[in-house]
Design a protein around this ligand. Sequence first.
Ligand code: AMP
Length: 180
Amino acid sequence: MTETQNARASELVASRVLDVPDFPKPGIVFKDLMPLFADGPVFRQVIDEIVAYHGPESFDVVAGVEARGFVVAAAIAYATGKGVVPVRKAGKLPRKTHSASYELEYGEATLEVHEDAFVAGQRVLVVDDVLATGGTAGAALELVERAGGTIAGFTVLMELGFLDGRQRLAPRTVHALLTV
Ligand code: AMP
């Protein structure tokens, strides 16, 4: 990806995010990306930027983290003709799962993925909307590997740099369209 493409992607995300103070708890500034999802041309450009960054041949399937990650994952999967695998919150998947618990910027949670979600060695692009402390991403990446997938990349639309999620995930690399 060129510098120009990078700048364009950052600007697109920055232009369609709303800061919601004190949601869902006092002191948290929630980054609401619903305006980006709701804007067809911008959403398409953002998805195209992610696909261009990784290259459509670099992954076999896309995993999205519940719930906003599903929106991004499904769009990338459709755009590239790949499948999509949901990484879900506890108790939602109907068959045998792997599960991982972690701490959030605001609370605690458990994520799950079906044990048979991936063919062994399948290259998985993992996506979510926002990277905060990195707990969610760490759990999602761990689950993909426990279910037999190989991590092809991890992308978020927006990274909250001051929470050091990227450092927490090292040596894994994080691709963020916008870092604030
Ligand atoms: P974390 O595990 O702390 O990196 O949190 C990332 C997950 O929580 C992602 O699935 C985000 O959708 C959500 N999240 C955490 N903090 C925020 C925030 N300030 N604004 C929007 N979403 C957030």
